[in-house]
Design a protein around this ligand. Structure first.
Ligand code: ATP
Ligand code: MG
Length: 561
């Protein structure tokens, strides 16, 4: 990434790489890869891996490949490939011409398996899946050798060729590595390396009826690409000896090395494609890019910036033990970024009509409003002010408490970047008793400064002109789950979905300049939060990215920071 950071991140992986560079372990090369399986849209956990792999390559003058790890045809699709390509690029990373597909290596992987068979290090096994499991043993008991373990090289070679040719039924035979059924590491107890599966592959179609298993395909794909550091998540730690075993059998030089780090877990969120698919297919969300989803597509539509996501990934760091990151930190990162870059605008989510009795009928003033109060370089815009306005319903109370700094009968507030107004009357719906309109007077001397008589007006309220503002739909999002750890409860995680995670407001009004706001553009609505123009909806729809309330700042303030 071209972004400059004050000091490059350090962690145990970078320490290791620096040591390798010093000892010339991989001839000074650093080659990483990001290897998603195209069976779902990338999520914020993947972003952590993307930032790590591409970040390391950039930092050490190396390369990072994008590799579709597409060796299991079920659930993989071109739609997912496209989402991955799009999202990694959007995050700000570039693999140049190094987009690879593990499925392009099918022939080569087949030949590696043949090589193992010829070396007497793999065999065709006819045990059923259940039998293989029974024979595998347990953590405390060694496994039992398969009766097919000592087939001759010729027979194995012949059977494997016939497996490939489609002579046998799905599940009737597998190829297994011949390692050690008594190994204390169960992954080394003759793991399966090939299985028969008649499923069309989204790229190779019906060309193959046998597919390599992950443990076999991944390390050898790394080898084919001459990866030096194969960074993966912690659950593969036990598989590292197996990774090394395969590589040692068939690769002579430039052997890659697997390094494990802790995956990202985020509170109030699930980060597993299988679970996210469930949410999509059950209709709990509108799709992979629902702005409540922790997918990159959802976060983009919600208004997250690539910068905010990259900063988040950098702040959480890389560790060797699992933990759950507070989602407040992610929200903090997007607020921090948008606070700097999002132009300000005025919008009224739940409008209440305000008539300024002493303002001339038909008069319109174009008031100059800065686009960013702390950054004059962002310029200003003119917002029309007129006799009839809208303010936020919750900015008026008929019987307010003492310290209420908004409007109430007899009280004064400043309208943001406009005049001080005083509420003189509230009109109610005869039937419901609901306040439907309030009347105010304005102090014409207060547009550029405080009241001349020195009286204090503390409250500031945002507004739009009734006549000039444009209608918009606003979607307010809350956390998708009600509990911090939806996977940790007794019930199915879907039982912890937050029923109030989406609130749709259909009668909001925004200042006229926003009528032309382009999809994806982001604003801070004064006093309300950060909002982004929805990129999928037809009319003018704003998604709330985040409120202005920063719970992380509070947490961090109380703690060490
Ligand atoms: P999921 O559990 O969401 O299905 P996965 O590991 O099966 O994830 P892959 O497509 O295989 O998904 O992941 C691609 C890369 O992203 C892998 O290197 C994986 O280790 C990494 N990755 C996946 N989830 C996370 C996470 N939560 N935190 C960090 N890295 C992750
Ligand atoms: Mg995986």
């Amino acid at each position: 990434m071209g972004q400059t950071t004050p000091s490059p991140p350090t962690d145990f992986i970078r320490d290791m790489i620096e040591e390798h560079l010093q000892t010339n372990k991989h001839q000074g090369r650093v080659a990483t890869r990001f290897p998603p399986e195209p069976n779902g849209y990338p999520h914020i956990g993947h972003a952590k891996s993307v930032c790590l792999n591409f970040g390391i390559a950039a930092q050490y003058g190396g390369t990072c490949n994008l590799r579709m790890d597409d060796t299991d045809p079920s659930g993989e699709s071109i739609e997912y490939v496209e989402s991955i390509i799009n999202d990694v690029r959007w995050l700000g990373f570039d693999w140049q011409d190094r987009l690879y597909y593990a499925s392009d290596y099918f022939e080569q992987l087949y030949q590696f398996a043949v090589q193992l068979i010829k070396a007497g290090k793999a065999y065709v096994c006819d045990l059923s899946a259940d039998e293989i499991r029974d024979y595998r043993g347990t953590l405390t008991e060694p496994g039992k050798e398969s009766p097919y373990r000592n087939r001759s090289v010729e027979e194995n070679f012949d059977l494997f060729a016939r497996m490939r040719a489609g002579e046998f039924e799905d599940g009737s035979r597998v190829v297994r590595a011949k390692i050690d059924m008594a190994s204390p590491n169960i992954t080394l107890r003759d793991p399966i390396i090939y299985r028969i599966k008649r499923a069309p592959h989204y790229r190779t179609g019906n060309q193959w009826v046998i597919y390599p298993m992950y443990d076999f395909a991944h390390c050898l794909s790394d080898s084919i690409e001459k990866i030096t550091h194969s960074i993966c998540t912690l659950e593969f730690e036990n598989n590292r000896p197996l990774y090394d075993w395969f590589v040692e059998q068939v690769i002579e030089k430039d052997r890659p090395q697997q390094i494990e780090f802790a995956r990202l877990n985020l509170s109030y969120t699930v980060l597993s494609k299988r679970r996210l698919i469930e949410l999509v297919s059950r209709g709990d969300v509108s799709g992979w890019d629902d702005p409540r989803m922790p997918t990159i597509a959802g976060m983009r539509r919600r208004g997250y910036t690539p910068e905010a996501i990259r900063t988040f990934c950098e702040r959480i760091g890389v560790a060797k033990n699992d933990s759950i990151v507070d989602i407040a930190l992610l929200e903090h990162c997007v607020r921090e970024d948008l606070n700097e870059r999002a132009p300000r605008a005025m919008a009224v989510l739940n409008p209440l009509r305000v008539v300024i009795d002493n303002y001339p009928e038909g008069q319109v003033e174009e008031l100059e409003c800065p686009n960013h109060p702390q950054n004059p370089a962002m310029g200003s815009r003119r917002v029309p002010f007129a006799r009839v306005l809208f303010i936020e319903r919750e900015d008026f109370l008929e019987n307010p408490p003492k310290k209420y700094l908004r409007l109430a009968p007899g009280r004064e507030v400043r309208l943001r970047y406009a005049y001080v107004v005083k509420c003189v009357n509230a009109i109610k719906d005869e039937k419901t008793g609901e306040v439907i309109e309030i009347h105010c007077t304005y102090d014409p001397a207060t547009q550029k400064g405080p009241p001349l008589d020195g009286r204090k007006v503390e409250g500031i309220v945002h507004w739009v002109s009734a006549l000039h503002s444009v209608p918009a739909e606003v979607r307010l999002y809350d956390r998708l789950f009600e509990v911090a750890n939806p996977m940790g409860g007794e019930e199915d995680f879907t039982n912890y979905l937050n029923p109030k995670s989406l609130e749709v407001l259909t009668s909001s009004r925004v200042e006229p300049a926003l009528a032309k706001a382009s999809p994806g553009s982001r604003y801070q609505f004064e006093r309300l939060g950060y909002f982004c123009v929805d990129s999928a909806a037809k009319g003018l729809v704003f998604n709330r990215t985040a409120t202005l309330r920063d719970s992380w700042a509070k947490i961090a303030g109380k703690g060490k920071k």
